[in-house]
Design a protein around this ligand. Structure first.
Ligand code: IPM
Ligand code: MG
Length: 368
């Protein structure tokens, strides 16, 4: 079996972490008897530098023609990078939004769980951590404020900006179905997060999720207001199994959820459509400040590659092997600086060894 993988290294730490994920993928492919054929594509700032735009039609076509897309991260430092002197629709992030829309990647899955080995890096108190937590945020990715009409105009000498939050019931239903399907394979609880005490879009969201829930009598549906959810994530994260929410709320809550796990450098994400094609990227950004220094944590990207094997290629055994290899490396005490409990001295007082990006990739690959 041979699969076509589109690879978007992107900007900042993107290229170096993607390289390690490919290294791990290659070992898994050889071990489990399939082939991966990579095509490198430009997106974000890397594409602006070459093509003048963050995403070309050719790149979209190539991504569509592949079995899955593996991505690093895009974007630069908004204060210093020339990319941010361009019009908003020509900046790196616009490329990311466009590929999500063009491939119809409406379902963004962001798992957030606490590795036992990383309890020391978790900012919550032992009492709150308890037995640990394991949730997945299912974020709607192609609607809401991100894609509604927007404009900035001057009316009677006053600058006024408008963004529109729009959802129709079909968009809500298809993401709700995804959340319920996922919950069915987990602890069977969906917490739908909205702002139904203020927003019409949230009231529609609530009523559609309740309609969908009727088809899943084995799954429990609860509703939570987004401000309360932000609080509950640090107060009692273990209460959550599947969090279902709209685009903007999901953007914010997924950063929060990942931070309470100890490191955003550990968390993968998958963006899926109705077919097998998906885009897999770490939950974190391009961290331009540490790019090229061989200190970035490649684990989120490695785990995204495992999700790619599982969801797009149905190579579950290879995915398991990668996930287990990551656990093994942590168990043996290897850490990148961001997940080291005591700030990243080379030999940590608790016996952990701090390693760089490439070494971490090598250690994981060896254990696949
Ligand atoms: C994310 C990012 C993007 C988003 C940015 C880079 C446009 O924060 O994937 O969470 O807001 O969706
Ligand atoms: Mg975000």
């Amino acid at each position: 079996m041979s699969y076509k993988i589109a690879v978007i290294p992107g900007d900042g730490i993107g290229p170096e972490i993607v390289r390690q994920a490919q290294r791990v993928l290659d070992v898994a492919a050889a071990k489990f008897g399939f082939e991966l054929e990579y095509t490198e594509l430009l997106m974000g700032g890397a594409s602006i530098d070459v093509n003048g735009v963050p995403l070309t039609d050719e790149t979209i076509a190539a991504a569509k023609a592949s079995d899955a897309v593996l991505m690093g991260s895009i974007g630069g430092d908004a204060k210093t990078s020339p990319w941010y002197r361009l019009e908003p629709q020509l900046r790196p992030e616009a490329g990311l939004l466009k590929i999500r829309k063009s491939l119809n990647l409406f379902a963004n899955l962001r798992p957030a769980y606490l590795y036992d080995e990383l309890r020391a890096a978790c900012p919550l108190s032992e009492e709150v951590i308890g037995e640990g937590f394991d949730m997945v945020i299912v974020r709607e990715l192609t609607g809401g404020l991100y894609f509604g009409a927007r404009k900035t105009e001057v009316t009677d000498g006053v600058r006024t900006a408008t963004d529109t939050l729009v959802y129709n019931e079909n968009e809500i239903r298809r993401i709700a179905v995804k959340a319920f399907e996922i919950a069915r394979k987990r602890r069977k609880q969906v917490c739908s997060v909205d702002k139904a005490n203020v927003l019409d879009s949230s009231r529609l969201w609530r009523s559609v999720t309740e309609e969908v829930a009727k088809d899943y009598p084995d799954v429990q549906l609860t509703h939570m207001l987004v401000d309360n959810c932000a609080m509950q994530l640090v107060k009692d994260p273990a209460q959550f199994d599947v969090i279902l929410t709209e685009n903007m709320f999901g953007d914010i809550l997924s950063d929060e959820a990942s931070m309470v796990t100890g490191s955003i450098g550990m968390l993968s994400s998958a963006s899926l459509n109705e077919t097998k094609l998906g885009l897999y990227e770490p939950s974190h950004g391009s961290a331009p400040d540490i790019a090229g220094k061989d200190i970035a944590n490649p684990i989120a990207t490695v785990l995204s590659a495992a999700m790619l094997l599982r969801y797009s290629l149905d190579e579950d055994e290879a995915a398991d092997a990668i996930e287990n290899a990551v656990k093994q490396v942590l168990k043996e005490g290897y850490r990148t600086a961001d997940i080291a409990s005591r700030g990243g001295a080379e030999q940590e007082p608790d016996g952990c060894t701090v390693v760089g990006t490439q070494k971490m990739g090598e250690l994981i690959a060896e254990r696949v």
